[in-house]
Design a protein around this ligand. Sequence first.
Ligand code: GN1
Ligand code: MG
Length: 369
Amino acid sequence: MSAEEVAKKFQVPGRLVTLQSITTGNVNDTYRVILRTTFSEEQFILQRINKTVFTKPALVMSNMKRVTDHAHRRIESEADGADRIWQLPRVIPAKDGKDYVIDSEGEYWRALSLIASTTCYDRVDSIEHAIETGVVLGHFQRIISDFPVDQLEDTLPGFHITPLYLANYDAVLNTSAAQERLASSDQARSLARFVEERRDFCSVLEDAVARGELKLRPIHGDPKITNIMIDNLSGKGTSIVDLDTVKPGLIHYDFGDAARSCCNPAGEETTDLSAVFIDMDFFGGLVKGYLRQADSFLSEADHNYLYDSVRLISFELGLRFFTDYLAGDVYFKTSYDGQNLNRARVQIKLCDSIESNEAPMKRALENKS
Ligand code: GN1
Ligand code: MG
């Protein structure tokens, strides 16, 4: 069924004017929908959920609905004392009252309110932007930190469990197609060496969970820079979007993901590897903004693993992109041949730079820089 037909099935007033495709996501298909009534314009976000990735879309939607209802209540209750007007997308019900529409081909679609007059960027270009990114992530984690984690479904088992990505990499590596790709590329072989040297490191966070040092909490799951909305009028971060990975996890997955995304000034799609590094000014800004919100709920053990999380999540994403390249681009959307190899090289270069900056990063995390 076409996106236009599905767009009409949600509870939004007006007649359809147009749909604009938003191409920043690597997994779902996203559109901005514009409708008009005689006297007003309405806009919302329409998404087709990728069923290969999210095999239980209805559970994704129930997590999203529960957490956003909770977060909206928290935002309202704190609104009078807040230094900005916080926003968070609302799940817009379908005309039949459900939180999603299943079309004639069995595809799942959802509608979300648009965070108006804000912009998301695919890279950070100032310390202020890095600070705002930290504030937005810390704020979101804080307002959902009291949501009971056992009321959330694990919609993506294995998500951010690095040892499982390593096991999947090993399985893919065993295929003849992967061996051919490896044999024909120096770049791929160099990535494979980098991975080999870090096998033991892959379990750093999961080992801490097993020892009882870290515990599962509600997390965002995907707080990359393109999901942080900056208010066009005030320049402040006012919302986080893309809530389909909200589920039980470690807050470290979020912190690491925000850091690897925010502190690489070249952005994750660059083809200029020489421009990829961990920018310590941006990292200092991110930490400052994050701790302003997160200090109230972080334990000492949480603090102890923040550096590792940045190193790990950049490594993990590099491994995920690399595995997908070797497997023939079956998970992440691509627009040119070799894109997943390039994306992997960016993350691995970043991980290398993070390892070289361990001492200053740890100082920044202790607020001593
Ligand atoms: C995917 O779909 P998108 O762009 O929000 C991926 C994240 C990666 C990200 C890298 C469910 O996110 O884990 O960090 O690409 N989401 C899923 O750009 O795998
Ligand atoms: Mg996402």
